[in-house]
Write a protein that binds this ligand. Structure first.
Ligand code: ADP
Ligand code: MG
Ligand code: ZN
Length: 619
């Protein structure tokens, strides 16, 4: 249920236009009216006028700036002479001529209301320009909105306030239970900040929603605002990237100014990666100044407010967390990250349920069956699917959506998605499930690998068929040998499980093996962890080492040393492999339990997973 942008109040537009129309009418009137309403006086050439003066036929003359009116002397039985007008030429001798011929003459006082005319002639043209300018601004910006003409630097943030018709709550979001659990806490902060500040707890400032497109990040952010009943300022990162330098940063400043006035509230920055791209990675041309300024402004705004005096929680969403500037992720900024992942089976069923509420469903529709057939679909894909099915039903003049419509819609959507999601067959699914559970089991038993947070057989992108998500329990800068060995064993856990269960090996583990071997090689050649080879660096050069950087070229060395390194690497990997096999064999029953559950639900995470893995016992 997408929220509509708050429309510009119609009253305001009307007001703007009336202003403009009135102006034009005034201007026209000041030019046209006098000549319509004024008496009709015949005009004559200036030369005739002079001639008549010299002939002594003119009685009196009235000279004004751009017209001369004159009256002839009455002839014969006329009461008063005829009146004519002429347009003056630049003639300084006119008064002399008139006097010489005994004509009575005077100048007219300037018209009383002339200032209105001249004022209008100064004011109206600029107004017209402004009007045109605004028209274009509105068309191009789309969101010019109520701030009107002087708002280039103003934030275009759209505000949603509590009580609006399309109020979104957590009930509108499904399939992302872990994320919801985390966000419920945020809602609580917003509702009763005192409870936390009383004890001296710091309310988090920034929460980053991370996940693939269409999984409901934007929706979740709106739901947080809806649940907490606070104003919601939303702006998209891509809107910041504008043509004028300095606009982005002033927009950020303005956004936070507005927000602080309305605290407690939520500021939502969608597509954070558009401004938050790592400053160092922004290319060889010295980066994008505008984006950098905007990012700096954002950072300083986030540092600048103390949660005690203004409960402003900044939510942001991105599907590319890896390119974000590390400065954004520091404590006090976006220090909380919430994973919004593609939904598993039950989640998909629930999402289908939400979106099917608005369409008429036939008797035979089985949402669970549809969910089973759509692994890898994100929330947005499922919403789209329901709509496609409804369109198909309508096209065929059916009164309700039938299961067959869904079946056809799935094919269409899948074709549209191309290979974004792979649909595994049952055997592949089983292999992937055992593989991932293998990683998880070994990972939970080994030193140095983080807590296993999630296992999933919902394929993700092109590369991974399933995945095991491990979060490091703390920031690791140093690792000891046992921990590195544990990591290698964990990497081999997937393949080991396949070996034990199927007694065969598939191609699925090649990336695991690559990483395990790299790590082992680094242990030997860079970290000096091999007893045989000693504390020597066998790698080329002295560039900084990161644990996951992969091996660099080796130093020139004797054939013997090279062979010794290879032996050591192989030994480390093989030992870890045995460790992994051991761990899995020892917990074979548990592995079956978890795998069966995983096959059923497609993903296990959080508490449920921790409980299961806690039962694992070391060999
Ligand atoms: P994102 O911001 O993660 O790219 P959106 O929040 O914009 O995705 O989702 C787009 C639409 O897809 C939503 O408006 C909603 O209709 C639907 N949708 C996505 N995820 C979910 C979900 N978890 N539950 C219900 N609907 C969803
Ligand atoms: Mg979004
Ligand atoms: Zn693996």
């Amino acid at each position: 249920m997408p929220i509509k942008d708050k429309p510009t109040p119609p009253k305001f537009r009307l007001f703007n236009n009336i202003f403009l129309i009135l102006g034009v009418v005034f201007l026209a009137a000041s030019f046209i009216l006098p000549s319509i309403l004024g008496p009709k006086i015949p005009g004559v050439p200036y030369s005739l006028f002079i001639h008549q003066v010299q002939e002594g036929e003119v009685a009196r003359v009235q000279v004004s700036e751009n017209q001369i009116q004159y009256q002839l002397k009455p002839v014969a039985d006329e009461e008063a002479g005829q009146v004519f007008s002429t347009t003056p030429i630049f003639d300084l001798s006119l008064p002399k001529t008139l006097e010489a011929n005994g004509v009575e003459f005077a100048a007219t006082a300037p018209p009383k209301n002339r200032w209105v005319g001249s004022l209008l002639s100064w004011v109206i043209p600029p107004l017209i320009f402004v009007g045109i300018w605004q028209f274009f601004l509105r068309r191009s910006g789309g969101g010019g909105g109520p701030q009107g003409m002087l708002s280039i630097g103003k934030s275009k943030a759209k505000v949603y306030v509590e009580g609006e018709a399309a109020k979104i709550t957590f009930a509108d979001v499904a399939g992302v239970d872990e994320a919801k659990t985390e966000l419920v806490e945020i809602v609580d902060f917003l509702k009763t900040p005192e409870r936390y500040t009383q004890i001296g707890a710091h309310i988090p400032k920034g929460v980053l929603l991370v996940g693939p497109p269409g999984t409901g990040k934007t929706l979740l952010a709106k739901a947080v605002a809806g649940e907490a009943g606070v104003p919601f300022f939303s702006i998209s990162g891509s809107e910041f990237v504008e043509m004028f330098v300095g606009v982005g940063s002033s927009r950020v400043r303005d956004l936070f100014e507005q927000a602080k006035k309305q605290a407690p509230c939520i500021v939502f920055i969608d597509e954070l990666d558009a401004i938050g791209k790592s400053r160092s990675s922004s290319g060889m041309y010295g980066g994008n100044d505008e984006r950098e300024q905007t990012l700096n402004q954002l950072l300083s705004e986030m540092d600048g407010f103390a949660p005690e005096d203004a409960t402003v929680i900044v939510l942001a969403a991105t599907n590319r967390p890896e390119i974000l500037d590390p400065a954004l992720l520091r404590p006090g900024r976006f220090d909380r990250q919430v994973l919004v992942d593609r939904p598993a089976l039950s989640g998909r069923e629930a999402i289908l349920g939400i979106h099917a509420q608005t369409v008429k469903l036939g008797e035979d529709v089985d949402l669970k069956a549809i969910a089973t057939r759509t692994p890898g679909f994100a929330g947005a894909d499922l919403a789209n699917l329901v709509n496609e099915a409804a369109l198909l039903a309508a096209r065929n003049y059916r009164p309700a959506v039938a299961q067959a419509d869904f079946a056809e819609a799935i094919e269409r959507v899948v074709a549209g998605l191309e290979k974004k999601s792979r649909v595994l067959n049952d055997k592949e699914k089983k292999i992937v499930a055992y593989h991932e559970v293998g990683h998880a089991l070994v990972g939970s038993l080994m030193a140095g690998s983080g807590k296993v947070e999630k296992i999933s057989i919902v394929s993700r992108g092109m590369a991974a068929l399933g995945y095991t998500l491990q979060l490091p329990t703390e920031d690791r800068f140093l690792m000891d040998e046992a921990e590195l060995r544990g990591q290698i064993a964990t990497l081999l856990g997937g393949r080991s499980a396949e070996e034990i269960v199927f007694n065969s090996i598939t191609t699925g583990a090649s990336n695991d093996l690559q990483r395990a071997t790299d790590l082992a090689e680094q242990m030997v050649t860079a970290f000096g962890m091999s007893k045989v080879l000693g504390p020597l660096a066998y790698q080329q050069g002295s560039r900084p080492m990161f644990l996951d950087q992969g091996a660099s070229g080796r130093r020139t060395m004797s054939e013997e040393t090279a062979q010794a390194i290879d032996r050591e690497v192989k030994d480390i990997v093989e030992t870890a492999h045995q460790q992994a096999l051991e761990a899995i064999r020892h917990n074979r029953d548990l592995m079956e339990t978890i795998t069966m559950q995983l096959l059923e639900t497609e993903a296990i995470e959080g508490q449920t997973l921790h409980h299961l893995l806690d039962q694992a016992s070391p060999a």
